[in-house]
Design a protein around this ligand. Structure first.
Ligand SMILES: Nc1ncnc2c1ncn2[C@@H]1O[C@H](COP(=O)(O)OP(=O)(O)OP(=O)(O)O)[C@@H](O)[C@H]1O
Ligand SMILES: O=C(O)C1=C[C@@H](O)[C@@H](O)[C@H](O)C1
Ligand SMILES: [Mg+2]
Length: 172
């Protein structure tokens, strides 16, 4: 089976929905943020503080080079993975890309008490979300399927992705 690759903004549900898909299909979940954390032995927040975003992106691409060679897995990506076209090219070789859409208002609601995302930490959270989301939207839109998580619970979003994916697989 081709990999199920989940992209989208912070708080769009990539990790949450990825876990559900992996459980339902009994396949492995790989979360690129967790892989970067393992690689450098510190939280994302700390990586940004100690090494800066550039180093984080380099390690993120190294992780993608490795995990994109796998098959039959769910890959939940970090929110900035799609900004590097090389990452997208690699993930597409063995995978189908599902963009999890969420509006700025939903993202704020989901992440308002969460301070683990360094890019949303300084200044007004909603303004940061709107600015980054607008800038990134063309990159997210370069996907194979778009799933609107504003109108779906994680459970239903997972089921929708599975049904699209299995239908696509049966035609290969
Ligand atoms: N469809 C949804 N409806 C309501 N809440 C959701 C939905 N999807 C995710 N959430 C909630 O939003 C929060 C963030 O979700 P999650 O960590 O899965 O996002 P993410 O896309 O992996 O973010 P990041 O890019 O920062 O890793 C969690 O508390 C999760 O329960
Ligand atoms: O959207 C982003 O650029 C990020 C999202 C998170 O998943 C982490 O990868 C990190 O906080 C950066
Ligand atoms: Mg995540």
């Amino acid at each position: 089976m081709k990999n199920i690759v989940l992209t989208g903004f912070m708080g769009s549900g990539k990790t949450t929905i990825g876990k559900l898909i992996a459980e339902k299909l009994d396949i492995e979940l790989i979360d690129t943020d967790s892989e970067v954390i393992k690689e450098l032995g510190m939280t994302i927040d700390k990586i940004f503080e100690v090494y800066g975003e550039k180093k984080f992106r380099e390690v993120e691409t190294m992780v993608i080079e490795r995990v994109s060679k796998l098959e039959n897995v769910v890959i939940s990506t970090g929110g900035g993975v799609v900004l590097n076209p090389e990452n997208v090219k690699l993930l597409r070789e063995n995978g189908v890309i599902y963009f999890l859409y969420a509006s700025a208002e939903s993202i704020l609601k989901r992440l308002k008490d969460d301070d683990t995302r360094p890019l949303l930490k300084n200044g007004d959270k909603l303004s940061n979300i709107i600015r980054l989301l607008n800038m990134r939207m063309p990159f997210y839109k370069n996907c194979d399927f778009e799933i609107n998580t504003d109108i779906l619970t994680p459970e239903l979003a997972a089921e929708k992705i599975i049904s699209i994916h299995l239908a696509k697989e049966s035609k290969r």
